[in-house]
Design a protein around this ligand. Structure first.
Ligand code: PRP
Length: 211
């Protein structure tokens, strides 16, 4: 049988996952010395695939990866059919609605415009308030949109709050807490239940307590 295959979100979540796997006693030598390789062994029983966040879900849904590590932000935006089996606790930040400091976002009756990299999350948030908003998708540095007069507010990830502060924006309301999750596709969970449950249980004992 091939090793279990886990898709890791490249970058910060990848490094935190490597640290977690090392605490769990797994051999991550290849991941430390990967060069440009994208599929790397982790000991004998696991293979890591390095991918962009959204692609982690795509590989999982098509059944070519059994497991994945991805942010809850991507899960909330993309959705998909897989199981979320563990909150890994790292990659912690939050979705928030923010607007120019000193403005009252909810004031007035005219329709509001929201800029965001996460249109689905933003629409759902305002649907929950029965509020009809216009949502404009932006690819990055969403903070620019209200500064340029394109939007009344943004729905975006906030970690330290520095980007908002330094651009004269402030949180109006939190939307959702976000952290990295271990996800698994349904067929793998059925066919390789024992191995997957063992890995998840081992990881769980090695998670750092929430800070
Ligand atoms: C994210 C997010 C905010 C910033 C928040 O952007 O979209 O812009 O980080 O972090 P802070 O609260 O610690 O300042 P990212 O760095 O991913 O860049 P992007 O917007 O260009 O995608």
């Amino acid at each position: 049988m091939r090793p279990l295959r886990i898709a890791l979100t490249k970058g910060r979540l990848e490094s935190s996952t490597v640290k977690l796997m090392e605490r769990a006693g797994m051999d991550c030598t290849a991941l430390h010395d990967k060069g440009r390789r994208l599929i790397l062994p982790v000991g004998d029983s696991l293979e890591a695939v390095l991918a962009k966040a959204g692609d982690v879900i795509t590989y999982l849904e098509h059944g070519v990866c059994d497991l994945g590590v991805v942010g809850k932000d991507v899960i909330m935006e993309r959705g998909g059919s897989f199981f979320e089996i563990l909150d890994l606790g790292f990659g912690r930040c939050r979705f928030a609605l923010a607007a120019p400091e000193g403005t009252d976002f909810y004031r007035g009756y005219q329709g509001k415009t929201i800029a965001t990299k996460y249109p689905h999350v933003a629409r759902r948030f305002f649907q929950g308030k029965d509020m009809d908003v216009r949502v404009i998708k932006i690819e990055g540095s969403v903070e620019l949109a209200p500064l340029l007069g394109l939007a009344d507010g943004i729905v975006d990830l906030v970690e330290t709050g520095a980007t908002l502060r330094e651009n004269g924006l402030a949180i109006v309301e939190p939307v959702a807490e976000v952290s990295a999750r271990l996800i698994v596709n349904a067929p793998s969970l059925k066919l390789r239940k024992g191995e997957i449950e063992k890995l998840a249980a081992r990881w769980e004992t090695c998670l750092k307590p929430a800070q």
